[in-house]
Design a protein. Structure first.
Length: 271
């Protein structure tokens, strides 16, 4: 059962926790939180906590997703998972039982290291071993954004999702940029307005720029990451790499038909 306020010290204890628009599983899923995150609790209704996340997004988490641990991740060495999904095992061996999973961007306290394994502490006091990394990123920050996005190719589309288990369009963009230390708003409209970034023509969009789309009245309804030369990685049905160039075999004419505007991310990426 959930504890009453105080409203701090709650930590996400599940690999992925769904955040709903209202305190009911039948409500719209608006976003997600991942293992080890510490959303701020701002209200409570029965077994539901209303939370505000690091990006300002608010919603409702069911009590079984979280546990109270005010000291979790306070002044300790930590590791950030860069593998899409990393099983957490009882001992550092591939045949050991899995006690939980950690998804991309999850950050956990480090207890020990036995390369390539890292022993981590979980919010509920359990400990386990994982292999947190995938391939190393290289090149410019723009190139690394695209490398991160390609890491998720094939992941399913999931409304409200922001993990490799399922992304919506803006969740994919937010997760990729956060991997390089850039905090973007959660939805595509907020990303379009963010810091009033300079507009860029489609033909001039560089890798890592943002491409926005509108199905009606100029209101942003979709976003993706430019790969250069008219290419785009976006989540629509699944995370895919396509092109807005009519001469490309990967051309998506429907997407090109609703293209609204590109945004130059040089200020965000310091390039």
């Amino acid at each position: 059962m959930p504890e009453p306020h105080p409203r701090s010290g709650m930590v996400v204890n599940s690999a992925v926790a769904n955040v709903y628009g209202e305190p009911a599983f039948s409500a719209e899923l608006v976003t997600q939180a991942v293992l080890g995150e510490r959303p701020r609790v701002i209200d409570q209704r029965g077994k539901w906590y209303q939370v505000r996340q690091w990006d300002g997004y608010e919603g409702w988490l069911y009590y079984f997703y979280m546990i109270k641990n005010p000291e979790f991740l306070v002044e300790v060495e930590s590791v950030t998972v860069t593998a899409a999904v990393a099983p957490i095992r009882m001992q550092p061996a591939d045949d050991e039982p899995v006690i939980r999973e950690a998804v991309f961007s999850c950050r956990l306290p480090v207890l020990d290291r036995r390369d390539p394994w890292v022993q981590v502490a979980l919010p509920d006091g359990l400990t386990g071993w994982l292999q947190p990394t995938s391939e190393q990123l290289f090149g410019t920050r723009r190139e690394r954004i695209v490398q991160v996005a390609r890491h998720f190719l094939g992941a399913p589309y999931f409304w409200g999702g922001k993990t490799p288990k399922g992304f919506d369009c803006s969740g994919l963009v937010q997760t990729c940029f956060k991997a390089l230390g850039v905090d973007l708003p959660r939805n595509s409209g907020g990303q379009h307005r963010f810091q009033e970034l300079p507009a860029v023509e489609l033909g001039a969009a560089q890798p890592g720029d943002l491409l926005f789309f509108s199905e009606a009245d100029g209101e942003v309804s979709h976003v993706g990451i430019a790969t250069g030369g008219g290419g785009i990685i976006h989540s629509s049905g699944w995370v895919k790499e396509e092109s807005l160039d009519p001469d490309s075999p990967a051309y998506n004419h429907l997407l090109r038909g609703i293209f609204l505007q590109g945004r130059d991310t040089s200020e965000l990426l310091h390039e």
